[in-house]
Design a protein around this ligand. Structure first.
Ligand code: ZN
Ligand code: ZN
Length: 246
């Protein structure tokens, strides 16, 4: 079920809960190895997989991330269950064709695979916003099964940009080369800038699946400090509570 929406700057933001569960055994590691430098106890890390629906005052709809996708998704080798994003959208009365803008924070399979189903774009009327550096680094199944399918729907940006009225993307590289976060008012949808609450206390704690752990830690430290200074609200992809005021 979708989590409760909040209103910021005259805009409604609804967390859509695409899936809940542990990482599959193919990539699961003990928590203290997953978060390098942490002292997390050896108990299962249960992730939520959140996408965010933004409805502005003019009823324009923007979706941030598209989740795990179906049973044949590139994420199926490790995600706990297939994604339920379109069901989550239906639960709040939205059809995929109504989405005007999709922001892909990055091209990891649990964030972008839900943009495609049965070899076709799911959000056929949407521009899909992606950083140039992320597109340039794309490869493997994400390139063949996702990017190739939505290539005529891409809106490629470099760095910071306003991608829909009041919706901004900000480059936040490290987790992936072209990772970006999305902002609307005081809210920051942070993709995989932070994976676990332990990184809020210590942004230097590395995530083992960051592409560039050094760059990711540097970006995490800088971006979180700036967000903390403005007492922003975080909207995270993988925490169990979607919203958190810094
Ligand atoms: Zn959730
Ligand atoms: Zn990721």
């Amino acid at each position: 079920m979708p989590h409760q929406p909040i209103r910021v700057s005259g805009v409604e933001v609804t967390p859509l809960c695409d899936a809940v569960g542990p990482m599959g055994p193919t990539i699961r590691r003990p928590p203290a190895e997953t978060f390098v430098g942490s002292e997390l106890r050896d108990e299962p890390w249960i992730l939520h997989f959140h996408c965010y629906l933004i409805r502005d005052a003019a009823d324009r709809l923007t979706l941030v991330d598209t989740g795990i996708g179906g049973v044949d998704s590139p994420a199926s080798s490790w995600a706990p269950v297939p994604g339920t994003l379109t069901g989550e959208l239906a639960a709040v009365g939205v059809a995929p064709a109504e989405i005007g803008t999709v922001v892909l924070t990055h091209l990891h399979s649990d964030h972008a695979s839900g943009a495609v189903a049965d070899g076709r774009p799911v959000f056929g009327n949407a521009r899909h916003v992606l950083q140039r550096a992320e597109l340039d680094a794309a490869g493997g199944p994400m390139l063949d099964q996702v990017v190739a399918v939505i290539k005529d729907h891409l809106h490629v940006v470099e760095g910071d940009a306003e991608v829909a009225p009041g919706v901004h993307v900000r480059s936040a590289p490290g987790h992936t080369p072209g990772h970006q976060i999305a902002r609307v008012g005081e809210l920051a949808m942070t993709g995989d800038l932070v994976l676990h609450p332990v990184q809020l206390d210590d942004p230097a704690i590395r995530y083992v699946y960051d592409d560039d752990q050094e760059a990711a830690a540097r970006t995490r430290t800088e971006v979180l400090a700036a967000l903390r200074a403005e007492r922003a609200i975080l909207a995270t992809a993988h925490f169990s509570e979607p919203f958190l005021r810094l």
